[in-house]
Each structure stands twice: as C-alpha cells, then as structure tokens.
Design a protein around this ligand. Structure first.
Ligand SMILES: Cc1cc2nc3c(=O)[nH]c(=O)nc-3n(C[C@H](O)[C@H](O)[C@H](O)COP(=O)(O)OP(=O)(O)OC[C@H]3O[C@@H](n4cnc5c(N)ncnc54)[C@H](O)[C@@H]3O)c2cc1C
Length: 455
C-alpha cells in the first residue's frame, strides 16, 4: 500500500493524514477551480526524500501534486482525487549567496520576501516581486514563471533562473542549467521547467541570478475618473519611451476594500489610481518622473503628483498588493490574468467594462498596467449560482477579447485548471501536440500534476 511505502521511506512525521490538516492542502487561492481529496500530504525536508516520495508514487501509480505556499490563482496546486500532495514549504533553506558571482542557491520552499531580505544584507537584489511576495515560495514562483510589480523594467522569474535540481517523472534526481554567467551546453531544460506548473517534475533546488540593490525610486501617482483614460496614460508612458520600474493600476472598489480591512486611511476620491515608479538615478530620473506626470495629465488625470511623501507612496503600493485578498473577503473572486500589447490597454479596459455590464457582473480592476497584464476581478455574492454562471460567461468573453487584441490568456498566473480552455484557444493544435510530446518524454507515466495546463 502507498502509505506503507511512504512510511517506510520517510520519517513518520512527514506523512500527514489528519483530515483537518489535509483539507488545508486541497486547493490554492483559485477556489473556482475544481479540487478533490488527496490520499495524504507529504512534507519532505530533502531532495532525497522528494525522490523517495516520487518513486513510491510511481510504484503505486499515484499522482503527485506539488505545492509551495498555495497562493496560486489558477488551480495549479489543486489536489486531484487520491493524489499525494507534496508540500515543500519546509524545504526553506537559503543554501548560498555568492556576492562575487551574484547568485543565490535556495530550496524551493523559501518565501520570496525572505530571499530578498537575505540578499539585501549583501547589497544584492532578487527582482521578481509578485504581489504575493510575503507568502509565495521561490519554487512556486519558478513553476509559474511569476511576474510582479518591477517586472515591467526588470523582467520575470525566467530572467533570473540559472539552474536547478529536479526529481523527474521517472524518479531521477538531476541537475539542469548552470551557475556561470553564460552557458549553452545542451537544450535549455532548466528554462523548460520554468512555468511548467508541476507537470514535468518537482523542483528541489534553484540557483537564481542577483543584481545590485535597486536605486531609490520616485513615485508618480495619477487619479482618473475613467479606467479608459488610465489605460490611455499607460499607452502614453510606453509611447514616450519611458521604462518605469513599476506602473500599477488599482481601482476605487479595491481601495475601499483594502481600507475597510486594514484601516490605512487611503484616499478614495478617484475611480482609478495609476502608480508609477522611476528608479533612474539623478537628474535624468527627475526628468523621467516629470515626463510620466505629463503622460498622466495629457491622458485626462484629474489629479497627479510626484510624491514627496515616501510613507504615503509606500501605503499606496501596499494597498495595491493587498487588493486581491481584500476583495476575496467580499465574496468569491474569479481572477483574470490576460496580457495585451501596451497599445491595446485602453481598448481592453473598455471591453472589460462593457463585458461586466453585458453579464451583470461586478468587475474590480488591478493591473501590472505597464506590462499590459490586467487582472479584472470578477466578484459574485456567495451561494448565488446564477451570478456564478454570469461571471463564468464574462470570464470567457474577456479571454476572447484579449486574444482578439493580440494578447495571451495568462500573463503570469499560469494555466492551471482555470485557463485550460483559453490555452486551447490560444495555441495551434500542433503546438499543443508538442506540449504533450514533452510531457511524455519527461513524465512518461503521467504522474506529475495530471490534468493541469492541457488535456
Ligand atoms: C495576493 C496575491 C497576489 C499575487 N500576485 C501575483 C503577482 O503579482 N504575480 C504573479 O505572478 N503571481 C501572483 N500571484 C499568484 C501566486 O502568488 C504565484 O503564482 C506564485 O508564484 C505561486 O507560488 P506558491 O508558492 O504559492 O505556489 P503554489 O500555489 O503552491 O503552486 C503554484 C504552481 O506551481 C507548482 N509548484 C509549486 N512548487 C513547485 C516545485 N517546487 N516544483 C514543481 N512545481 C511546483 C504547483 O504544482 C502549482 O502548479 C498572487 C497571488 C495572491 C494570492
């Protein structure tokens, strides 16, 4: 029996079957996606223990659903019936920070903010900063190729992964990639693992590239009556040739929800707030901030300013980060993650507004606007099946609109379960076939997070 095999291979405290504890590992933050009961949650502490779990699952034909912090927004970490949930939060050692070579070697369960804090002690910076950085793990970030706020200038997780150690679907423990600044020895299999959402193997160690600490940032805030005007400001910033270190959008519904929860004393005068940041040093940075301000004003901002109050600027960014959990408190949230070309941002925001009206669905908005990565949040009252069906129809229409405008169904959250239909719409059937071929090569028995991303 599988449980006996697990108990034979691992210390007993690693194998959890208490139904109350197991229930907490059944799904990620995407409650709209289906999930089922796992047979056990296993909490390994070493790569060899991970390998032992995968081998036991192979012997007993059991699916492995790997999980970091469970902050995913696409159902990627949702348990399948009778699977083993491999919870890696206990593998949280920062093994090495090399200031000369500028890399860090970490276990997958290290929380993003903890890595950033440890790097800062060496004057170094790990840029990818998902809004979930206080909770999400580097393993989860790599497996979803997480983006974040500063990605508009500094790139996404993929741009920082040098190498990794994985346990494959065949139970082998291998190293991929490199630690050197350059390297082209063989296919980029480490790159292939980035964004693979647990479907190709379990990541047990990661080497990430670091940068020197970021220069101080200026914050430019703009208030807008209309979300489309805010979208025009985003396009204008790109057209002006600016590269902000963040350009985020948050609407009034989110600000009210955050303030009701955290009592931050946020001003909720504006319907939509754009928050830009410039980290270019010296006079050039000042000029860029002024240029961004003009872009906001010319697009119709009702108020705008370069903030001289760091505390106030930080509070606005903190509110942006808290927007999703704040909205979740109001009812089930179905989160979109479409990404469109920057020039299409105003049109896409207008279409989202129209789709909300057409389906009588409340839609709040947050966005990594500078990347064209929009997160309309579809909110429904609890236990209202009709509202749920309308929200699902709106979700499908938003995906159609993003694809029509030359965008993609998921900018950073991953496909998981929620965007499987969208992926099938976006990719050529031949390309989907290539995905299946890769999966069969690395996970021939199909035990790694089956039923996620594609059929
Ligand atoms: C408030 C909030 C804000 C967010 N903001 C952002 C944002 O700005 N940008 C962004 O990109 N995302 C964001 N997210 C989504 C989420 O935080 C990211 O997808 C994050 O990378 C998931 O990390 P995790 O540790 O929680 O992984 P989980 O949710 O546990 O897992 C995510 C996926 O990765 C797989 N996985 C996890 N660990 C491993 C591993 N070691 N090996 C192989 N597969 C693995 C899982 O099977 C699953 O498919 C946000 C979520 C919340 C709740």
């Amino acid at each position: 029996m599988l449980i006996d095999a697990l108990l034979a291979a691992l210390p007993a405290d690693r194998v959890v079957r208490d139904p109350d504890v197991v229930a907490k590992y059944q799904h990620d933050e995407a409650e709209w996606a289906p999930y089922a009961a796992p047979v056990a949650v296993v909490r390994p502490r070493t790569a060899l223990e991970v390998q032992a779990v995968v081998r036991a699952c192979l012997d007993h034909d059991t699916a492995v659903v790997t999980r970091g912090a469970g902050t995913g927004l696409s159902g990627g970490a949702n348990a399948t019936d009778g699977c083993v949930v491999l919870a890696l939060e206990g593998m949280n050692a920062i093994k090495e920070i090399d200031p000369l070579e500028r890399y860090a070697v970490v276990e997958p369960g290290v929380v993003n903010d903890d890595l950033r804090a440890a790097c800062a002690e060496h004057g170094l910076w790990y840029p990818p900063d998902p809004a979930s950085s206080p909770w999400s793990t580097i393993g989860g970030n790599v497996a979803t190729n997480a983006g974040g706020l500063c990605c508009v200038k500094y790139g996404v997780t993929r741009d920082y992964v040098l190498g990794m150690q994985i346990v494959t679907g065949t139970g082998d423990l291998v190293r991929l990639g490199r630690k050197t600044a350059k390297g082209v020895a063989g296919y980029d299999l480490a790159g292939l693992m980035v964004g693979s959402e647990g479907t190709l193997g379990v990541i047990t160690e990661i080497t990430v590239k670091l940068r020197p600490l970021q220069d101080p940032q200026r914050t430019v805030a703009g208030y807008f009556d209309s979300i489309v005007d805010a979208g025009r400001a985003v396009s204008a910033v790109a057209a002006a040739g600016l590269t902000p270190s963040a350009l985020e959008l948050v609407d009034k519904q989110c600000l009210i929800a955050v303030d009701a929860w955290k009592k931050m004393g946020l001003s909720v005068e504006a319907n939509v707030v754009l928050l830009g940041r410039i980290d270019t040093a010296g006079v050039v940075g000042d000029q860029e901030a002024e240029k961004m301000l003009s872009c906001f004003d010319e697009a119709g901002a009702t108020w705008s300013a370069v903030s001289t109050d760091q505390e106030e600027a930080d509070a606005l960014f903190a509110a942006r980060r808290l927007a999703y959990p704040a909205m979740e408190r109001l009812g089930p949230v179905l989160t979109e993650d479409v990404c469109v070309p920057k020039r299409a941002v105003p049109e896409m925001l207008a279409r989202i507004e129209q789709i909300g009206i057409a389906h009588a669905t409340t839609i709040a908005n947050i966005a990594h606007a500078g990347d064209g990565n929009l997160h309309p949040l579809l909110i429904t009252p609890r236990d209202d099946e009709a509202a749920r069906a309308r929200a699902q129809a709106a979700f499908a229409d938003i995906i159609d609109a993003a694809l029509e405008l030359g965008g993609t169904v998921t900018g950073e959250h991953g496909v998981g379960l929620l965007k499987m239909d969208g992926l099938a719409q976006e990719l050529d059937p031949v390309v989907l076939g290539m995905h299946r071929a890769v999966k069969n090569a690395l996970d021939p028995r199909g035990i790694m997070n089956p039923g996620k991303i594609f059929e």
